[in-house]
Design a binder for this molecule. Structure first.
Ligand code: LLP
Length: 420
């Protein structure tokens, strides 16, 4: 009995029912659901955690904005001295729109046409070149006039699941380190100005050692580039989606990598800059998805909570079997936990959680899916011709709308009704 109570109290303490003192339920009532809500303080806190862990090196943080591209979030990043990593000309445009200079934005595309690279060069962005063909084209087009970086695939397998691993032997990303001689041949042939080496191992990386192993490969190669100023170790830090999940021990990783990085700088006799491109680490925990229970449906063997959202708004559970903690915000203090399957309203299997203990759910209750700030809205769609959610940012103690809810106009926009 006591341990059950302790468990409930623990849950109360751990779960977030307020953001910067504003009850989440008030936010849901004010703006409606489904709704993404982000906590600006949480983002700033994560930025500071990363900075503190790497305080002994010259660190630059480039937010991998594919995780969350709302321009107000990008502006918040800029306000806090965080630059951007983008993967498409459209993300680049969003960065410029948020007030960044092109030179503060790194373009890290994968297998794009050379036009896209030229577009990014034209606004002064630095490019991470990820294949030999494009490296050669870059040399032919720009010679040594435009500084660039090279994305290396270190052949280190790490990441939360196969879909989000990017640096293992079979991965499409980067230039395989075993092609180092080809890289050097092309660089020398065209006098390409390589100022940085980049690698990104994957997402949700549990083992700190994976970062160290990948960094080792890059550090070794660095010696071959006399103009090198930057080592970019990508993103991929692990956040906790569920109680007890392992996370990246940032202070320990910072100490370990910084030491190796400073040793490299000393060995090369040059001050280098260390870059990271975190996505999840900066924004995942800042965001929740608020949904409403449309129906509580009992069947002989399970009880379903059907909510006004689905894989069209948060695809991570269906796509990666990802766990998102769920809180019944309307009934936070009940001592009775029941087991539910929380499902979406999309017309295919669309499950947020299976066999999940929640405080008793009633029709119209608001549920919060936690840790939904990264790859939530940005991977949402209009599937089933439903509107994507609105977005709210809680900034300096006030909830601000940062994306209006879609309307039928958004769904019909660009569609052409033929005269038949
Ligand atoms: N840099 C590059 C080159 C990347 O491809 C990525 C993520 C990042 C940085 C940021 O990784 P992060 O710190 O967010 O782990 N949609 C998946 C994650 C895909 C990650 C793709 N690349 C998910 O929801 O788990």
């Amino acid at each position: 009995m006591i341990s059950e109570l302790a468990q409930i109290i623990m849950q109360l303490v751990n779960d977030r029912y307020e953001i910067q003192g504003i009850p989440v339920l008030d936010i849901a009532q004010q703006f409606g659901t489904p709704l993404y809500v982000y906590d600006a303080d949480k983002i700033v806190d994560k930025i500071n955690q990363l900075r503190n862990a790497f305080s002994s090196v010259d660190l630059k943080i480039k937010f991998a904005c594919k995780a969350l591209t709302n321009v107000s979030i990008l502006k918040l990043m800029r306000q806090n001295g965080v630059e951007l990593d983008v993967v498409s000309p459209q993300e680049l445009e969003l960065g410029l729109h948020a007030g960044y200079e092109g030179s503060q934005i790194t373009f890290t595309p994968s297998g794009v046409s050379f036009d896209e690279i030229e577009t990014a060069v034209a606004v002064g962005s630095i490019i991470n070149l990820d294949n030999l063909i494009v490296l050669e084209k870059f040399g032919q087009r720009f010679g040594g006039t435009v500084p660039c970086m090279i994305r290396i695939k270190p052949n280190v397998a790490a990441g939360g699941n196969a879909k989000i691993m990017t640096a293992h032997e079979g991965s499409k990303f980067g230039i395989d380190i075993r092609q180092r001689e080809d890289i050097l041949r092309i660089v020398n042939q065209y006098g390409i100005n390589v100022v940085g080496l980049h690698q990104h191992t994957g997402s949700d990386i549990k083992e700190a050692n994976a970062f160290v192993r990948a960094a080792d490969v890059i550090f070794n190669f660095a010696k071959d580039f006399p103009n090198l100023k930057i080592i970019d170790l990508g993103g991929g830090f692990k956040v906790a989606y569920k109680e007890g999940d392992p996370i990246t021990d940032m202070p320990a990783l910072g100490a370990k990598l910084s030491e190796a990085f400073l040793a490299l700088s000393e060995q090369l006799g040059r001050k280098l800059q260390l870059w990271f491109e975190p996505g999840k680490f900066l924004v995942s925990e800042s965001g929740i998805l608020l949904v409403n229970a449309n129906v509580v449906k009992s069947t002989p063997n399970r009880t379903f909570v059907g909510v006004n959202s689905g894989l069209n708004h948060l695809i991570r559970p269906m796509m990666y079997d990802a766990y998102h903690h769920i809180v019944n915000v309307s009934n936070p203090v009940s001592t009775q936990l029941k087991t539910y399957d929380v499902v979406g309203y999309i017309c295919e299997t669309d499950t947020f959680a299976t066999d999940r203990p929640l405080t008793e759910v009633h029709e119209n209750d608001t549920l919060a899916l936690l840790n939904a700030g990264a790859y939530g809205f940005t991977m949402s769609s209009q599937y089933n011709s439903r509107f994507r959610p609105a977005e709210v940012l809680v900034y300096q103690g006030k909830a601000h709308i940062i994306r209006q809810r879609e309307t039928m106009e958004d769904i019909l926009k660009n569609q052409v009704l033929l005269e038949l």
